[in-house]
Design a protein. Sequence first.
Length: 184
Amino acid sequence: MGLIGLTGQTAMITGAARGLGLSFASVVAQAHANVAVLDVLDAPSQELLDFRSLSNVEVEYYTCDISVKTQVTDAISRVEQEFARIDINVNAAGVVTDSSFIETSEETLKRTFAINFNVSFLVAQACATSMINRIKASADTVPVDPAVQGGSIIFIASISIHIPSVSQNISAYMRLQSCGMRAS
């Protein structure tokens, strides 16, 4: 089965310097979407940059601490300037600390919830605002169907919410429950 074509669309993905986020970036690039990545690491992997030639798409990497709202806002503005639009937001950034329930510190708990839940919400909120503003701007010139010209926001969840891990002590680990939204 072939991938749904996303030609001309831009996917903004958090945590795509490596791991699952990089895998999601690969999939949207193969579907011909341009890829904008927000990640805390200083530089992108060569694998991410190779999507340019492998899939003939634009790929930009923005070093950004997504736990700092001003950095997110600035990065989203740069994505809008360089790509003209955000159509898809995949929130894949996440952290996990190997620590038993009894030994998990308050600092670890706060950081885990901040990155895996709060920050994903704030990035999605910024992307939704961008999508809505694009729709409003288009509505001034042509009729807009938000179901077509809107956008998709995807939160990555973990099965660890429902099934405990026996290979790692991750009592503080949680990810958003699976959900998807369309900007309209």
